[in-house]
Each structure stands twice: as structure tokens, then as C-alpha cells.
Design a binder for this molecule. Sequence first.
Ligand SMILES: Cc1cc2nc3c(=O)[nH]c(=O)nc-3n(C[C@H](O)[C@H](O)[C@H](O)COP(=O)(O)OP(=O)(O)OC[C@H]3O[C@@H](n4cnc5c(N)ncnc54)[C@H](O)[C@@H]3O)c2cc1C
Ligand code: FES
Length: 508
Amino acid sequence: MAEGHSKLEGPDLVQGVAFADLPDGGKFVGHCGNEQVLLVRRGAEVFAIGAACTHYGGPLVDGLVVGDTVRCPWHHACFDLRTGEALHAPAFNPIACWSVELRDERIFVGEKRKRTAPKQRDRGSGQVPENIVIVGGGAAGFAAAEKLRREHYHGSIVMLSNDEAPPVDRPNLSKDYLAGKAPEDWIPLRRESFYSKNDIDLHLNADVVSIDARSGEVVLADGARTPYDRLLLATGAEPVRLTIPGADQPQVHTLRSLADCKAIIERATTARRAVVLGASFIGLEVAAALRLRDIEVHVVAPERRPMERVLGPQMGDFIRALHEQNGVLFRLEDTASSIDGTNVKLSSGNTLTADFVVVGIGVRPRTGLAEKAGLTVDDGVVVNAFLETSAPGIFAAGDIARWPDPHTGENIRVEHWVVAERQGQTAALNILGHREKFVAVPFFWSQHYDIPINYVGHAGQWDEIAVDGDIIAKDCLLRFKRKGRTLAVASISRDIESLETEVEMERQ
Ligand SMILES: Cc1cc2nc3c(=O)[nH]c(=O)nc-3n(C[C@H](O)[C@H](O)[C@H](O)COP(=O)(O)OP(=O)(O)OC[C@H]3O[C@@H](n4cnc5c(N)ncnc54)[C@H](O)[C@@H]3O)c2cc1C
Ligand code: FES
């Protein structure tokens, strides 16, 4: 997405600023030429880096400096202050770095430094695989392929995806893009030239139907076989399908792929009324996007409050009110019993009229391949701390992976964009023979109209929610606790505290 600002903020850093104006640990924004630059001071050292995060342009001045890194306030990407490298997803592109000179008690920013490739790590004595196959062209698969090349891996990378589109920015499909506020060229994670330039052999419409672990090959639907030395399974999740009468009609949609999203957009261009089944994150983000297109939206869901299971009753009430203020009509504690043309019958006996229906009733991990291959599966592909499955040499990452989370002490599986990408990155390192445990604290965000909700940690169950601030004023931090221990934190407009919680949890 676009980086940069139309109006330049702060002082001209080429002319210099007083060293005393930048306290230790402090940061501020100025400019060099026509670019915004962030100055960060750590002790006697000063760093000058691009001011905008390379993910969606988040203002790094509002982020958190941790050691020699800075974390983005919006979705917690992490950059190296010395090299600009994007160390942790969801950003992949480095930020620019400038040379800095300290002279006469002033800081002068000089030339933009040339980007250098990240240093190659020592791989130890393990054998580097010749052929790596990635099944899945989503968040985890993309992040793994990108990381392998960034780590100077020169062998073959084959990426097999049964989608017709190259890896896309999936979270956008229920937000700005669906609302008609983001152009289509924001959607691919990378242009097609990225794959050819990096020698990533991306096959689209390539449906992998089985794994022959004995011969070390994956088998495609057309019978073709692709050999691997190391395999990464990153097949994600698929929407739970509705089974009521009429659910198979063409105006009943689910949302996972770009094609799904385009089909909904096509309906939305002529429709006046929609029914969304499910008050989950995706269901409600879809409701918000459709409201922004001025479509009448009814949300039908069995629960008493939207998102209560994940965010608790207070936030559930807030989210409901937020959507109602934006015109969404809720039918809670109700379900659809049949769909007939434009009529959606509810279990309560009521009938809603809708030009189309979007079903957001949850997802299931796509574990079929793993099960068929005899890997250990338990509501997800079970992996160890290195993201390796029960079959040596076969790794799993993203929505399908159930991993031992060191923060909760439990084996967990989540469906979060940033987790999938970070797991892809860790899996890539381990495929190359590094022994790196996956220890990232889970993070997700969800966006409703102009309100982003950030969530750090994982609280499957809690016995207390401590609310700091005012939820209705959209300035709050909720701590989900079990036996007095904070397992997760949800927040609105508390970016620094959200980042600080992440760091605290990492250190625990
Ligand atoms: C509309 C939408 C909005 C979302 N918004 C957010 C958000 O705001 N924040 C957040 O944290 N998370 C969000 N998520 C969840 C997030 O997108 C997922 O957690 C993430 O995409 C998981 O990454 P993955 O790589 O595991 O799976 P995916 O990204 O789903 O990728 C799986 C890939 O595997 C391919 N595949 C599957 N089976 C096969 C096979 N047999 N052969 C070949 N290829 C196969 C698929 O085609 C796909 O390319 C959203 C999800 C959706 C659908
Ligand atoms: S904008 Fe920085 S992580 Fe998303």
C-alpha cells in the first residue's frame, strides 16, 4: 500500500536538529527531501529510518522501540533499526535507512543508505534441501517462500496453490476492498514478477490430492507428481458450509478467496438487501463493508451477543451497538432454517428478504491431505515447537497448524493472518536446518467501520475481564485473565499498551 505523506511534517533533518531535543529512547518525525524520516535515539546512537510501515503505512513514530527494533502500532510488524529489515510479518519490505552524523550537539541526516541483503546465518552442518515444496498460496505459504529466498536459499521452491489467484491480502477481502474503498492492485501480496524474479515456481489451480511420504512426492489432481526433500503444508482453512434447504443456490456466498469476494461485489452492485449469517469477525466485517455500499444488512446469529465468545460481553455489546449505529439490523438468538429465492426463513418463524446471503459461520482447517498421509491430526495438524509434523521433513504452518504455545502452555490453533505469516517464516528457517522455536505471541486485528480492534495473546477461556478505560468512548484495554494471570488483551486506541503487552508476554 501507499507509503508517504502529501504534506511533509516536522523539521528538515538535513539542516540538523538539536541532539538535546531527542531524549534517550525518544523518537520524532522530520523530513529529508520529500520523504518523511523517523529519528530514534538509543543512548548515544541515533537512527534515521522511513517513518511509515511498509505494510499499510502505519506511523512508526507511534510504535514501540524494543532494543534495536521498532514495532508498528497498527499490526505489530517489526523492523531492524540498523538495517531497516522487516524482521517480523506482516511487513515484508524493508524500510529505508539514512546515514546520521552527530556534530556540534546536533543531529544531521545525510544520504539514504543503499539497501543491503540481510546477512546469511550460519546453517550449521545440516544438509540443505534441494527441493522445497509448499502446498498453499496463502499467508503462511507466501511468507515461507519469501523468507527462504531472503535467507539466501538457492535451491528449488515450488509453490502449489489450488486457488486461481496468486497470494492475496486476504484480510482486505472483508474490509476496504469489499467496501469498494481499495483498488484491486492492493490485493496481491506481490506482483507476478516477484515470483519469477525470485525463482519461486508458483503453480496456480494446482490441487494437491495426496502426499507420498515414502517416495517424497506430492500428487496433483491431474496425476502429476512433484518431488520434495522438505514439504510445507499451508493449506489454510475453508468456510463451514451451510446445510439448510436452499443453501446451494447461487445467491448464497461464502468468503475466503478473491474470487468469492468478487462474486459478492458483483451481487452488491445491484442488490438492495443482504442477509449475513453469523456474527463472527468475518460476518460482521462483511456487514460493515456492505453498509458502506448502502445495502440494507440483516445479521442472523444464534448467540446472544456478537463475538462474546472471543471478546466477552462488554465488547460484544459495544460491537453490536457500533453496527446498529451504522444501520445493521440484528436477529440474534435465531438461525436460518431455509432459503428460497429472496426469502430467508428463520427458526423463529420470521422471514427476511434478501437479494443475496453471505454465510460466515466459521471455518475448518483443511487437514485432509495430512490425514490421508497419516500425520497426527487433532483439530489441526499437530506440530512441535519447530512446526514440524509427526513426519520428519514435513512442516505445517498457518490456520492448519496446532502448535505448543509457550505462553499458555497449551497446544493451540488460531486463524490469524499475522500468526500464519510468522509461522511461515519460522517454518522456512527450520526447513533450512535452523532450530528455531515458534514463540511469537498470537496477534490479530479486526476492523469495523473506522474502529480497529487489536488482540494480543490467546485466551480460550477466562474467569475475569479487567476493563481499563472506556469501551463506549473507543479508548479501552480489556485484560482476559485466568486465575489472576493475563492471557490476552483486546484494545481500541491503545496501540502502545497492546505492543507493550506483546513484549511483556514474550519475556515471561
Ligand atoms: C475474508 C477474510 C478476512 C480476514 N481478516 C483477518 C483479519 O483482519 N485479521 C486476521 O488476523 N486474520 C484475518 N483472516 C484470517 C487470515 O486470513 C487467515 O488466518 C490466514 O489467511 C491463514 O493463512 P494460511 O496460509 O494458513 O491459509 P490461507 O491464507 O487460506 O491459504 C491457504 C492456501 O492453500 C491453498 N490450498 C488449500 N488446499 C490446497 C490443496 N489441496 N492443494 C493446493 N493448494 C491448496 C488455498 O488455495 C490457499 O491458497 C481473514 C480471513 C478471511 C477469509
Ligand atoms: S501498518 Fe504496520 S503492521 Fe500493518
